[in-house]
Design a protein around this ligand. Structure first.
Ligand code: NAD
Ligand code: DAU
Length: 347
């Protein structure tokens, strides 16, 4: 199968591309702009493999996207390219509006033109998977979980831009017959996670003996999924999902932020004993504006209809992730060095 993957040099995209190329022998064209969050080193093991190709391009460039479709002739599109960091969207929303909304529009238009020209058999099998987030559903109270029937209620510039793109993907199916599907997934974690996000930031700061910033009182809850489980879910959605449908993907692994940070401290203390317990590095800092309190996903539909289920528990996944950062300084050290002192002041 020939698959065009946008954002394939990012965190989730690279896990997906490694899975497709190295484990499934698929033919993959990665389309990626290589923003600060994209890194070809994350897919270096795929370079040179039969069927692997890389195109450095902006999804907002519709002419280039049309040319990529015409030349590569994909049987499926897996669209992950996005600006993904909530704090950055609060500091400046423009790139989020551009890439997440305008970029998705551009890609849908390129796909629509290409799809219209396919013969019937190819048309029937073609899929456009739009990869999205649970943040489009807003914030939960103490009980319940998001599912495919939950109304949209985005509350940050990031989640509002992703919500807009979800609606575009659905509209292109209803209006033009483009066979789109949408997945909404909870927080991912694992290897190759850019060190601005909570889990890698805390691992790397704790390794270096630096302060560990916890927003507010640390009671906010996220539902964590190991990134390789997400990659398998996305492949299942392309292979077995129905166009026009939405699938919620999650790991049934709700954790308070403070508990995540303390777990990382304790696991690192066990691996690299220091003079003082790393929990002493925790600092409660000013909260994120509009900080969503709780996310949780009910993945029952994906489990039932896609035959997917997560394989990695949070306990084993977080230990694997810490061990990966301990063993792969070659990957994260240049990113920490390049982004140290930027903004947001967190890395
Ligand atoms: P990421 O920020 O790590 O990677 C994004 C990738 O997209 C990078 O390689 C970047 O270079 C590329 N990109 C950005 N703008 C582009 C443009 N205009 N044209 C081409 N490429 C561009 O993101 P991620 O965490 O891997 O998330 C991937 C997708 O999954 C996003 O759509 C995100 O909304 C969604 N998602 C993420 C999570 C999560 O926990 N990280 C959870 C659910 C859904
Ligand atoms: O839910 C899915 C979303 O998960 C994705 O759509 C986003 O692309 C992805 O970035 C992630 O968003 P979050 O905002 O949940 O992830 P982040 O790692 O930025 O923060 C996780 C939680 O930790 C959140 O409640 C904020 C908090 N936090 C974050 C940072 C960076 C801290 O307490 N301290 C920090 O330094």
């Amino acid at each position: 199968m020939r698959i065009l993957v946008t954002g394939g040099a990012g965190f989730i995209g690279s896990a997906l591309v490694r899975h497709l190329v190295l484990e499934r022998g698929a033919s993959v064209l990665v389309v990626d702009k290589l923003t600060y969050a994209g890194d070809r080193r994350s897919i270096r093991d795929c370079e040179g493999r039969p069927g692997f190709a890389f195109l450095e391009a902006d999804i907002c460039d519709t002419a280039r996207m049309r040319a990529a479709f015409a030349e590569y002739r994909p049987e499926a599109v897996m669209h992950l390219a996005a600006e993904s960091h909530v704090d950055r969207s609060i500091a400046g929303a423009a790139p989020f509006i551009e890439t997440n909304i305008q970029g998705t529009f551009s890609l849908l238009e390129a796909a629509r033109g290409y799809h219209a020209g396919l013969e019937a058999a190819a048309k029937a099998g073609f899929r456009f998977l739009h990869v999205s987030t649970d943040e489009v559903f807003g914030s939960l109270g103490p009980t319940g979980a998001f599912d495919e029937t939950t109304p949209y209620d985005p509350r940050s510039p990031y989640s509002a831009s992703k919500a807009a793109s979800d609606h575009l993907a659905r509209a292109w199916r209803e209006t033009y017959g483009l066979p789109t599907l949408v997945t909404n997934c909870s927080n991912n974690y694992g290897p190759y996670h850019f060190p601005e996000k909570l889990i890698p930031l805390i691992i790397l700061n704790a390794m270096a003996g630096k302060e560990l910033p916890v927003y507010g009182d640390g009671s906010n809850i996220r539902d964590w999924l190991f990134v390789e489980d997400h990659a398998r879910a996305l492949v299942a959605a392309v292979e077995r999902g129905q166009p026009g449908e939405t699938y919620c993907i999650g790991g049934r692994s709700e954790q308070r932020n403070l508990d995540v940070v303390q777990t990382i401290c304790d696991l690192l203390d066990a691996r690299l004993p220091g003079a003082r317990p790393r929990r002493e590095l925790i600092r409660f800092v000013t909260d994120r504006p509009g900080h969503d309190q709780r996310y949780a996903i009910d993945p029952a539909k994906a489990e039932r209809e896609l035959g997917w289920s997560q394989q990695e528990s949070f306990e084993s996944g977080i230990a694997r992730t810490i061990d990966w950062y301990l063993a792969n300084e070659w990957w994260w050290q240049p990113l920490r060095a390049e982004y140290a002192g930027e903004r947001l002041g967190l890395i």
